[in-house]
Design a protein around this ligand. Structure first.
Ligand code: ADP
Length: 446
């Protein structure tokens, strides 16, 4: 087992990793930007080290400074959390060269899955169904028009290196095709430094269902069931739940079997999420994330499997102790992402939290790095915490979530608490009658 883990991240996920390390008896090193000096993860870790100025480029993405921090503190492994360097294959390679373990998959898997075109190619060979789309990237206007026509409108243009819901363009008719293509390419170049794009059929009413898988270095692969992450705004998840309600069980079993054998075949290691769209009883692959997800707690709540602790254990070479048949699914869990944003305008709301009180009681978990007098900084993303509940069934989980949201007090800044209260209280949420478009329509009506 590792002796000391450096966490190359900040905010709630850095705190989450430190918690697992503490339980495993592993020492921790926090890295931080200048502005993050007073952050919770810095206070909680055994040691901390400043790696640069406030911007993410100068600090949490600053590979030479992070490697130096690991060497100076004698850390033998780095947990990248999510975002920042978590899906950076070069970072994983550099760590290997420095004999520091990367708590994540092999760099070759990050590379394949980080390029969505390569991921589609790899997955298409495994029997997992894909959203109908282009074979490879779109190479010219002729290729674009022909492929779009063949797939049939509406289509969605996506960046090969995309992430965070950025740079996707939906096109309903050929008239707008070239304009949207140009826009998608320039956004892809600006955001990801790669203007390669591909197209997919745009599904009109899908749910976003994703499967959590987990593998060790000894060929053992298990799944931890699925999550429904359809409650989204601008392709970004807001609320997640596990298990998914009302899905075709025999299709789910088929897809899970294909995913497990695909992961065995490619010799995947660690935590991974296979994201799919689900429409009319069928699943379609969209991408795979090779890291821990923001929404991993809902899976932990229904399985009792500590995803972060297991990531650390398998990266150190330990065998998975549990087999598939040991994983049981119990009750229902829901997560609300609390952002420092206005519930109506979604404008970011950095500033000092003047009062902070977290909910408690049975089945309530808060994963957050916030505290009273904490200053929400404008330099990083606006997630300040996640409220997670667990109950025997979905109805009880919903009333528990509403109760917990009402107990949560965050003053001094705007948050999305009110949005969550409104959404969770709707008839549609209660009856699970929502797809990836639901929230945008709900917001337009308000
Ligand atoms: P990112 O990596 O940027 O998060 P994804 O490929 O995971 O991009 O897609 C994010 C979200 O965009 C999905 O959850 C879904 O809401 C929407 N989306 C992606 N592809 C399609 C599609 N083919 N049809 C309809 N919606 C899509």
């Amino acid at each position: 087992m590792f002796k000391k883990v450096l966490i190359a991240n900040r905010g709630e996920i850095a705190v989450r990793v430190i918690r697992s390390c503490q339980e495993l008896g592993v020492d921790t090193v926090a890295i931080h930007s200048k502005a993050d000096e007073d952050s919770m993860h810095v206070k909680m870790a055994n040691e901390s080290i400043c790696v640069g100025n406030n911007s993410a480029n100068e600090s949490y993405l600053n590979i030479p400074a992070i490697i130096t921090a690991a060497e100076l503190t004698g850390a033998d492994a780095i947990h990248p959390g999510y975002g920042f360097l978590s899906e950076n294959a070069r970072f994983a390679d550099i760590l290997e060269e420095h004999d520091i373990a990367f708590i994540g998959p092999k760099s070759q898997h990050i590379k394949i899955m980080g390029d969505k075109i390569k991921a589609r190619e790899t997955i298409s060979k495994t029997g997992i169904p894909l959203v109908p789309g282009s074979e490879g990237s779109i190479v010219n206007l002729n290729n674009l028009k022909k492929t779009a026509h063949k797939i049939g409108y509406p289509i969605i243009i996506k960046a090969a290196s995309g992430g965070g819901g950025k740079g996707m363009k939906v096109v309903y008719t050929e008239e707008n095709l070239i304009d949207q293509y140009d826009l998608a390419k320039s956004e892809a170049e600006a955001n990801f430094g790669n203007d390669e794009v591909y197209i997919e059929k745009f599904l009109e009413k899908p749910k976003h269902i994703e499967f959590q898988i987990f593998a060790d270095k000894h060929g053992n692969v298990i799944h931890l069931g699925e999550r429904d992450c359809s409650m989204q705004r601008r392709h970004q998840k807001i609320i997640e739940e596990a298990p998914a309600h009302n899905i075709n069980i025999s299709e789910k079993k088929k897809v899970l079997n294909s995913i497990i054998s695909a992961m065995k075949k490619i010799k995947y290691i660690g935590a991974g999420t296979v994201e799919m769209l689900y429409e009319n009883g069928k699943f379609y692959f969209i991408e795979m994330n090779t890291r821990v997800q923001v929404e991993h707690p809902v899976t932990e709540m229904i399985t009792g499997f500590d995803i972060v602790a297991e990531q650390i254990k398998v990266a150190s070479g330990l065998k998975l102790k549990v087999k598939q048949e040991d994983i049981s699914f119990s009750g229902h869990s829901i997560e609300c992402r609390i952002n420092a944003e206005n519930s109506k305008t979604f404008l970011p709301s950095p500033g000092i939290i003047s009062a902070y009180h977290t909910p408690g009681g049975p089945g309530v978990r808060v994963d957050s790095a916030a505290y009273e007098k904490y200053k929400v900084l404008p330099y990083y993303d606006s997630l300040i915490g996640k409220l997670i509940v667990h109950a025997d069934n979905r109805d009880l989980a919903i009333s528990r979530m509403l109760r917990a949201l009402n107990e949560f007090i965050i003053e001094g800044i705007d948050t999305t608490l009110d949005l969550h209260k409104a959404v969770i209280s709707t008839k549609d949420f209660k009856s699970s009658n929502y797809d990836i478009k639901w929230l945008e329509k709900f917001l337009a009506r308000k």
